[in-house]
Write a protein that binds this ligand. Structure first.
Ligand code: SF4
Length: 175
């Protein structure tokens, strides 16, 4: 954590301890209070429900509360196949969310179109909106979903609200 920045307006131009520590505290609070908006379109929704059940218990990570208005949500979970017809709706939902906001591509279809490589399916939601974390699988197992959530928490803590990016499978494939 950088502490050598001068604070404009301080008499001695000393290090900005208060500002940087406050950022860390705010990010810590953010990562444990991620209200989510589930945009569920297909079969991956069954696994999304399972991580919210008692066995996997997503609430342990402070992310159990779904908000069914994007204006109150921090994280957009895109769960399942997105076709071109519904793509404008997804974009509108994203635009309605207040900053800071994050997006998780849940499963192969949301990440890359999955096996629906045809005229109707969007080949990855990052063609429409920015994505922070991609979760692989068709569908992903609950453990992978929780792993994705922990990765998002790490990014929120370490990198703050903006400029965070997960691993893009398309880049890994050299596309
Ligand atoms: S990734 Fe597989 S399980 Fe998930 S929505 Fe696509 S086809 Fe269904």
């Amino acid at each position: 954590m950088g502490v050598n920045r001068s604070t404009p307006g301080t008499p001695d131009g000393g290090p900005a301890f208060v500002t940087t520590r406050l950022d860390a505290v705010v990010n810590w609070a953010r990562k444990y209070s991620l209200f989510q908006y589930p945009f569920v379109t297909a079969c991956c929704g069954m696994e999304y429900m399972s991580v919210n059940g008692a066995h996997y218990d997503q609430s342990r990570f402070g992310a159990e509360i779904p908000r069914f208005t994007p204006r109150q949500a921090d994280v957009l979970w895109v769960v399942g196949t997105v076709n071109h017809k519904i793509a404008p709706v997804l974009k509108r939902v994203y635009e309605q969310m207040a900053e800071p906001k994050w997006v998780i591509a849940f499963g192969a279809c949301a990440s890359s179109g999955g096996f629906y490589q045809n005229y109707a399916a969007v080949p990855g939601i990052d063609r429409i909106i920015p994505v922070d974390v991609y979760i692989a699988g068709c569908p992903p197992r609950p453990e992978a979903i929780l792993d994705g959530l922990l990765e998002l928490q790490r990014l929120v803590q370490e990198e703050g609200p903006r400029g965070i990016k997960g691993i893009n499978p398309r880049q890994m494939a050299g596309d």
